[in-house]
Design a protein around this ligand. Structure first.
Ligand code: SAM
Length: 395
């Protein structure tokens, strides 16, 4: 049973690589996903996708703003994925939700569902989606997915519990067309016990990364940054109390915990992100330097043969925004098993019991804490520190 897949906001192809890796045979029938078409508006990102996912059919990756894409001209598909942009749903930054520039883009995914009626879909976003717009954005999106004809299963996946060497929590919604009469069940996380989590050291050293690996360029740091990093122990950040006075940062505003934070080699990494100025590049535990893109890609479970196209910062962005392929593989394998009638271990979805109540009330229970004024202050503070132009934190 082959499922032809279309994708909006395809990014470099993290989710799709996982989909490609998820395949098996039952009673002589192969269950697998095949790429049909994909769309993103960033040229280098599209090139990365073409180069690694569909080098023989580069024309199937359409590089265009989704707002201009003619969805009706896209070929027929059996399944669909869309990791709609999270910029307006993240709790860091301005968090405009549905009122932002990126927030409403999910609606193009709904258009595809309504026009192409795929058998199933998978959508992804940050955990902050739950509380955006006073808890209303998430429910509006879920409601539109239901109304498009799908039984939906939203869940907050903690990827470190699925064997990913990184603390990464993401909302993933799986929808199965109502014609099939069943609802997707969340695959049970195999590594609930933190002592079983894959560590940063394992990800970066087993096997060692070869010097000539793709996207493995080192950053040229300022002398002061190297000196400061040398004084920060693994697992600590720029505000480590033992930092000598002359190396302390002169920064106003929020002291975000990941600024110049050196990784702890014995636990999963903190979340790989795609943007941010000096101090936000993730720092090696054994050497006083930022990670290379290949190292970040390892933490995101991209294989070493996966070559990212574009400049260093653009590649950093592509890696940080992707779904870890090994994570997407687990979920998509569970979808394929459901279609094949194969049992797998499941766990209850985060919103399982309250889903119908949420849909009837039109909002989640989770609303961002604090008064509007406090929220504004927090936004301002996190912007202060995240925007390199304002903070001028050195590289
Ligand atoms: C979160 S990333 C998707 C990552 C992807 N799911 C993966 O696993 O690799 C979102 C993508 O949406 C793209 N994007 C943002 N706004 C867009 C627009 N208006 N039209 C098309 N693509 C857009 C970005 O370039 C980015 O690659």
């Amino acid at each position: 049973m082959i499922f032809k897949k279309g994708e909006l906001f395809c990014g470099p192809g993290g989710l799709t690589l996982g989909a490609k890796l998820a395949q098996f045979e039952k009673d002589g029938v192969v269950y697998k996903i095949e790429h049909e078409w994909a769309n993103d508006y960033d040229e280098s990102t599209c090139e990365t996708f073409r180069h690694n996912i569909c080098p023989d059919k580069p024309e199937t990756v359409i590089c265009e703003d989704v707002r201009k894409l003619d969805i009706t001209k896209l070929s027929g598909i059996d399944c669909f994925s869309f990791g709609f942009p999270c910029n307006d749903y993240s709790i860091i930054g301005e968090s405009k939700g549905l009122d932002g520039k990126y927030g409403p883009l999910y609606s193009y995914g709904i258009k595809v569902l309504k026009h192409h009626h795929p058998k199933w879909f998978i959508a992804e976003n940050v955990g902050g989606l739950e509380s955006a717009n006073e808890g209303q954005a998430f429910v509006k999106i879920l409601q539109e997915m239901e109304d498009a004809g799908y039984n939906i299963t939203p869940h907050l996946y903690k990827f470190q519990e699925y064997g990913i060497p990184q603390n990464r929590h993401r909302i993933i919604i799986v929808g199965i067309h109502k014609d099939f009469g069943w609802t997707f069940k969340v695959p049970k996380a195999p590594f609930k016990d933190p002592s079983l989590w894959k560590t940063t050291r394992q990800a970066l050293e087993e096997p060692p990364i070869l010097n000539n690996s793709f996207n493995h360029e080192f950053t040229k740091h300022k002398k002061k940054v190297i000196e400061m990093l040398e004084n920060i122990p693994p697992g600590e950040n720029a505000w480590y109390e033992g930092t000598p006075e002359h190396l302390k940062l002169n920064v106003k505003g929020a002291k975000l915990s990941n600024i110049y934070k050196r990784l702890n080699p014995d636990v999963p990494a903190y979340t790989v992100t795609g943007s941010g100025g000096g101090g936000t590049h993730m720092y090696h535990y054994a050497e006083p330097r930022a990670l290379t893109n290949r190292e970040r890609a390892r933490l995101q479970t991209f294989p070493d043969w996966f070559e990212f196209v574009g400049g260093k910062e653009c590649v950093r962005k592509q890696i940080g925004m992707a779904v870890p392929p090994e994570g997407s593989k687990v979920i998509i394998e569970a979808i394929l098993k459901s279609f094949a009638g194969i049992n797998y271990k499941t766990e209850s979805s985060k919103w399982g019991e309250e889903l119908s109540e949420m849909l009837s009330k039109g909002k989640t229970k989770k609303v961002r804490k604090g008064s509007l004024l406090n929220q504004r202050r927090n936004k301002q503070k996190s912007n202060e520190i995240l925007n390199e132009k304002q903070t001028k934190l050195p590289i």
